[in-house]
Design a protein around this ligand. Structure first.
Ligand SMILES: *Cc1c(COP(=O)(O)O)cnc(C)c1O
Length: 392
């Protein structure tokens, strides 16, 4: 069941997950297995021969994410970065060029700067909130334009439709990291993206109990040479082997079933937290695409269902105050990562984004990032308020 005509939650709960044909189990079993009995040499049952190549629990997840993103094919990986690396090595070759966002997940930038550069794949940084900046960074060798939206941690918004147009005019492919929005809030393929990547560690899994990645390819996407992007990524997934294991696949499948209800609550709570922050005298600015004063609020309103559960803000008093606020809450847990049911607080400059210090992606020291969870919002607001009242 992959038809996009069903609503989002119907797809999330059923796509790729027919009841088990032998037992009727309504949830796909965890096929914790490496190899499969063949009925005579080459007589595979259902195409399964070895679990790096394919595993039934992983297949269920791959079909589910493809249905949620309305793609041709989905792939599940051991982490978001394993998926990103596989996409990039499937689409680039030495001498190729990538346009990368000036505000991005630090690990993604590290992949471009420290892993792909020595492999002779070059990158230029563009401010993806500005289509002209992307256009200016594209060269004849540009094979991929990489966009993250909303961005991490500055909550910038890229106009996916406009960037897809500029990218396709240069005969390149647009990859969108849809981790922050989740497939529930934003559908990059419908806006022209060729490939969507997710860290399923975040909202897709949603319970901070699994590390994983997913990649979905748009129907009919081809490289400049006319090769199927889906086939190239499928080949590289098996050849490089960074696949999601059966139990991790099962956890992400379970998380996806409640994605829509969780995202609605994340958004509700984030909006209330934003109200507190915008009114607090110790906060100098609030970064949230739902605010009318956000520079690309209109774009966000056009391409997102709601504005998400991630909020960043800057505090009066600079870096030390920001770092202290991060350690002064009780319910908000000081920690990296995001997208789980529990609220997290962190200091990007010293934590998630320490690896981009001194690069074009450096983030301000007075910045605090929140992953707003689904606890009772009155508790979240009171806890954050006491920390800000005391320290700013
Ligand atoms: C976490 C994250 C990644 C990397 O995913 P991992 O699962 O940690 O490998 C990539 N992009 C974004 C936006 C992320 O938040």
């Amino acid at each position: 069941m992959t038809t996009p005509s069903y609503g989002f939650s119907t797809r999330a709960i059923h796509a790729g997950q027919e009841p088990d044909p032998t037992t009727g189990a309504v949830v796909p079993p965890i096929h914790q297995v490496s190899t499969y009995k063949q009925d005579g040499v080459g007589g595979l049952r259902g195409g399964y021969e070895y679990s790096r190549s394919a595993n039934p629990t992983r297949t269920a997840l791959e079909e589910c994410v493809a249905a949620l993103e309305a793609g041709e094919r989905g792939y599940a990986f051991a982490s978001g970065l394993a998926g990103e690396d596989t996409v990039l090595r499937a689409l680039l070759a030495p001498g190729a060029h990538v346009v990368v966002p000036s505000d991005a997940y630090g690990g993604t930038y590290r992949l471009f700067a420290k892993v792909l550069e020595p492999w002779q794949a070059r990158h230029d940084v563009a401010a993806v909130a500005d289509v002209d900046s992307v256009r200016a960074a594209i060269r004849p060798e540009t094979r991929v334009v990489w966009v993250e939206t909303p961005t991490n941690p500055l909550l910038g918004i890229a106009d996916i439709e406009a960037i897809a147009e500029v990218t396709h005019a240069a005969d390149a492919l647009l990859v969108v990291d849809n981790t922050f929005a989740s497939p529930y809030l934003q559908s990059p393929i419908a806006l022209g993206a060729d490939v969507v990547v997710h860290s399923t560690t975040k909202y897709a899994g949603g319970h901070s109990d699994v590390v994983g990645g997913a990649v979905v390819v748009a129907p009919g996407a081809t490289t400049r040479e006319g090769e199927s992007v889906a086939e190239r990524i499928g080949f590289h997934q098996n050849a490089m082997g960074g696949v999601a294991g059966p139990f991790d696949s099962w956890l992400v499948l379970r998380g996806l079933k409640t994605l829509a209800v969780r995202m609605e609550r994340h958004c509700d709570n984030a909006e209330t937290v934003v109200d507190l922050l915008t009114a607090h005298p110790g906060v100098t600015s609030v970064l949230y695409p739902g605010l009318p004063e956000h520079v690309n609020h209109d774009v966000a309103a056009r391409q997102m269902r709601r504005f998400g559960g991630m909020v960043s803000f800057r505090v009066r008093g600079g870096e030390d105050v920001a770092a202290k606020v991060c350690g002064a809450t009780e319910i908000w847990t000081l920690g990296e990562s995001l997208g789980g049911v529990e609220s997290l607080i962190e200091h990007p400059a010293r934590m998630t984004h320490a690896s981009v210090a001194g690069t074009q992606l450096e983030v301000p020291g007075d910045l605090v990032r929140l992953s707003v969870g689904i606890e009772d919002v009155t508790d979240l607001v009171a806890d954050l308020r006491q920390a800000l009242d005391r320290l700013t």
